[in-house]
Design a protein. Structure first.
Length: 306
């Protein structure tokens, strides 16, 4: 079996487990969804997005907006993967957008970022009429999605990266960012354990597919160098198999002087608090604690904004 076949088989097994989990999982109350918007005309089914809103809003004012980028090793997942998590966030009084994007091995990182920015431009054009407040936009990503969210923030802040990735920035800014169990340094995957580390060379080839010019900026630490980014919340835990990547992220933020806070769980808090637990299992008490802490982090500036 080739490394690519191994990865595909592994993610197919993950997909089966996710389907079973989502089917059996308690559903959040107090939110509704608008699904399947195409953000590229005549695009693929992976170039679509969902919106989530609170069932009842106490105000007619536009809602602060969360953009969620799902994880899945850049090879798996779609706009429905984090649906229960997004519904929970929406029920707390937020508009939430979750997009699908094209994946390895069909495309490389440059095309993924093109899809993500196309969805952001869709939000730029249609969000206000849907009730989204684009003066209060919070960017969230988990695992590989955290890497993509971090890069999106860098691309929005850098005209140099916009030229290299051939992207146009949106006319709104990210107010704050939350990076959940982020795998932020793909070029260092070989330093870890597990199948993703064993197939690190293949994945680096996939990142650069048809776009070798982006190679120096694959890692968040390289892309963010010299940039002024919004405040970041780092969410992680010592029982995460990618905890070492969270440590690398914190080291990067310390080196760059970027403003950040943390919500971290220790080994003693429990072995069940593994990779992206607060996204996959929104219903756990620890997940609610984590996700509400994230929303408090987002809300601290809202009183000072219009």
């Amino acid at each position: 079996m080739t490394p690519l076949e191994q990865l595909r088989q592994s993610w197919a097994q993950t997909a089966q487990k996710d389907q079973e989990r989502i089917f059996e999982q308690e559903k959040p109350q107090g939110a509704f969804a608008e699904t399947g918007y195409s953000y590229i005309a005549h695009g693929s089914t992976l170039q679509t997005l969902n919106l989530y809103f609170p069932q009842k809003s106490e105000s007619l004012k536009p809602l602060p907006t969360i953009i969620d980028i799902h994880g899945g090793g850049w090879m798996y997942g779609n706009r429905r993967l984090n649906e229960n998590y997004c519904r929970f966030l929406a029920a707390q009084g937020y508009a939430v957008m979750a997009m699908s994007y094209r994946l390895f091995p069909e495309v490389g990182l440059k095309q993924m970022m093109a899809d993500i920015f196309a969805s952001l431009h869709w939000l730029e054009h249609f969000g206000p009429q849907k009730g989204c407040n684009l003066n209060k936009v919070y960017l969230v990503g988990d695992s590989a999605g955290a890497h993509l969210a971090g890069l999106a923030a860098c691309l929005q802040a850098s005209t140099k990266l916009q030229r290299i990735f051939a992207l146009t920035p949106v006319n709104f800014e990210f107010t704050k960012i939350a990076l959940i169990n982020g795998v932020m340094e793909p070029t260092r995957l070989a330093e870890g354990k597990g199948l993703m580390s064993k197939t690190a060379d293949l994945q680096l080839e996939l990142f650069e597919k048809q776009a070798p010019e982006i190679a120096p900026f694959i890692d968040f630490s390289k892309a963010c160098s010299g940039l002024k980014l919004p405040p970041i919340l780092v969410i992680g835990g010592e029982n995460d198999s990618f905890w070492w990547q969270t440590e690398l992220l914190i080291a990067t933020l310390n080196e760059t002087g970027a403003p950040y806070q943390t919500k971290l769980w220790t080994q003693e808090d429990g072995p069940h608090l593994g990779h992206v637990f607060n996204v996959a299992h929104w219903e756990w008490s620890e997940s609610r604690t984590t996700n509400l802490a994230m929303l408090r982090f987002f809300a601290t500036e809202e009183a000072n904004q219009t």
